[in-house]
Ligand binder design. Structure first.
Ligand code: NAP
Length: 305
């Protein structure tokens, strides 16, 4: 039987694996898509202590190798549920069932869509949620980024390096993004800020995005911007519904837990962006991974007494 099963191989989950292995526990991490989580989509990280600059991809790769080198096992399987048998938990995946003594839920969060009628149909045909992954397809073209957080501002900056023009469309005239990053973006000549406006429709031509309609929040005035691509960066939402039987969810679907990463269910812990918290950063995800793994290890100790 595994000591600790970790659901999610993002920064929180992989940090938990590192701490669990170093505490002498056998950790198995389950990941449904790609290891590294959202950070893989970040072009450059400049705010992780003692690392001046690193790409999200390299950060994820190094973290993955570090966890593996310490003996953690990483399985590419989607966890669909957890059966709580008290001292033994059964983690159910799309490929099988695995017993363990403690579980750490580090499921992160997924990109939030705008919710427009043809948005889904245009994914891969002009609509994208990942500038790092898809930006190169729009070299020399005009694109738009929707959102006003760090992701949107960083994406717009990244795209401005090789797109002809970038519109940054935000529903307010103030940003959640760090002021320093917003100022860097303002200095770019090929970036136009489109503020106090919402993207209200996506126009297509031959099955591909050709323009976005934006509507002014105050005047209701509509305007069309011709773009080849739209990068949606309006935040994330969690998906923890499969775990409602072992962890209570707050409004918005985040797992209710404090800095101690306890869910209220014995042997079930949580870490990173999937839990209720004020600051969702790489540093806080890593911090949670450590706290959850040490709490899980302490819980196993207490069961052995
Ligand atoms: P975020 O900080 O939650 O920002 C989401 C943005 O999208 C906000 O500006 C919000 O507008 C806007 N928005 C939300 N719903 C919308 C809708 N339906 N229509 C139009 N606009 C909408 O999300 P994020 O930028 O993805 O960042 C997530 C977390 O990761 C944050 O904690 C962020 O600081 C962190 N992060 C950090 C870094 C870094 O430090 N280098 C990089 C990327 C992300 P309002 O402002 O009006 O609500």
């Amino acid at each position: 039987m595994t000591d600790i099963i970790i659901v999610g191989a993002g920064p929180a989950g992989l940090t938990a694996a590192i701490y669990a292995q170093r505490a002498g526990r056998k950790a198995v991490v389950f990941e449904a898509s790609v290891y590294g989580g959202q950070i893989v989509n970040t072009p450059e990280i400049e705010n992780y202590p003692a690392i001046k600059k690193i790409s999200g991809y390299e950060f994820a790769q190094t973290l993955y190798e570090q966890a593996k080198d310490l003996g953690a096992e990483i399985k590419m399987e989607r966890v669909v549920g957890i059966k709580d048998g008290g001292s033994v938990k059964t983690v159910v995946t799309d490929k099988g069932e695995y017993e363990c003594r403690a579980v750490i839920l580090a499921t992160g969060a997924k990109n939030r869509p705008l919710g427009l009628e043809n948005e889904k149909a245009l994914i891969g045909k002009g609509v994208s949620y990942c500038a790092t992954c898809d930006g190169m397809f729009f070299r020399g073209k005009t694109v738009a980024v929707a959102g006003g957080g760090n992701t949107a501002v960083e994406d717009a900056f990244f795209l401005s390096n090789y797109c002809e023009k970038v519109y940054l469309i935000h529903r307010r005239d103030e940003f959640r993004a760090h002021e320093r990053e917003v100022e860097k973006l303002r200095a770019k000549e090929n970036v136009e800020f489109v503020l106090n406006k919402n993207v209200t429709a996506l126009r297509e031509d031959g099955g591909r995005l050709c323009a976005v309609e934006v509507t002014d929040k105050n005047t209701n005035e509509k305007q069309e911007l011709s773009v080849a691509g739209l990068f949606v960066a309006i935040g994330q939402s969690p998906d923890n519904t499969a775990f409602e039987n072992v962890a209570s969810l707050a409004d918005g679907g985040y797992i209710k837990a404090g800095e101690d990463c306890l869910t209220g269910t014995d042997g079930i812990f949580t870490a990173g962006d999937c839990r209720t918290k004020a600051v969702r950063q790489l540093t806080t995800a890593a911090s949670d991974g450590a706290a959850a793994a040490l709490a899980a290890s302490g819980y196993i100790d207490s069961m052995d007494i």
